[in-house]
Design a protein around this ligand. Sequence first.
Ligand code: AMP
Ligand code: TRP
Length: 332
Amino acid sequence: MNRIFSGVQPTGNLHLGNYLGAIRNWVRLQSEYECVFCIVDMHAITVWQDPQGLRDHTREVTAGMLAAGVDPARNVVFNQSQVPAHAELAWIFNCVARLGWLNRMTQFKEKAGKHRENASVGLYAYPNLMAADILAYRATHVPVGEDQKQHLELARDIAQKFNGDYGRDFFPLPEPLIFGAATRVMSLRDGTKKMSKSDESDYSRINMTDDADTIALKIRKAKTDLEPLPAEESGLEGRPEAANLVGIFAALADRTRQEVLTDFAGAQFSEFKKALTELAVATLGPMNAEMKRLLADPGHVDSVLRDGGRRARELSEPIMREVFDIVGFLRP
Ligand code: AMP
Ligand code: TRP
């Protein structure tokens, strides 16, 4: 049986990159697979989080997912810390994974930067917790962005070593579902940088909570060059900002870049930006309104998470019972 697991960190405003690169794909997968979607608050605290900020962001990310169309009745939607299996299995995986494997992880090197000695042990062990997230449900498929591919390979290595060490074919080797570079959304201020919640300029990103006027203003101010739009994709080479806006248009309209260029060949950016604003507002506007409605009722959001947590425990508990038995933990 195929089962999807995916996670998103509750660490700040959801933006268009999160929507086009992750959440929208989850919505599409929910009709084909059994899906478990997790807001990974335990991963979030690998770097400092203000407690009230963490609570707020957990609700915000949940509201964003629901507003984008993730159906909590059909899928399991919950925050990680509600389910003990994640921490329990992560500890076992800390004892399966090798130091040499973790030393190769590029995300740790990037996040720890020059202050490696000062990074939390949790940040180092982050990929083991991610492997535990997936394998506590014996998930077979994991939609992730390109940046998480290395962590997923590590999860496969851990599953394989566990199976080998204990002589049991217990964990599946989870497969990545990568949703192409087409959905890599870049900053509106610098087409060579990823759109990111950590960019200090709010004009670099479109947030899922931005209203129509803010979206229009940000697109109007988005950096471009002086040339009109080309007729062919090759004409976007060396024009990162133009390529990004065309890519965003294509992703929102569910068309190829070439189709978009065929329609807008020779157009000035002023005209193209108007069309892009209309499209962005039409897509994000209703989500934005729904997100606001949901955030005004945190009790409802909490009840969705509580129900998801209960169902996630029901799925993971029998798997963990088997894991404890395989490892030799006595449960008298
Ligand atoms: P993050 O906000 O970096 O924790 O990422 C959450 C999810 O959104 C991950 O699956 C990322 O791959 C995806 N994501 C984040 N930023 C972008 C972006 N600029 N373009 C496309 N996908 C993104
Ligand atoms: N590390 C992922 C990210 O930053 C989030 C994540 C945690 C995840 N656990 C996961 C993604 C399990 C997929 C599967 O985007």
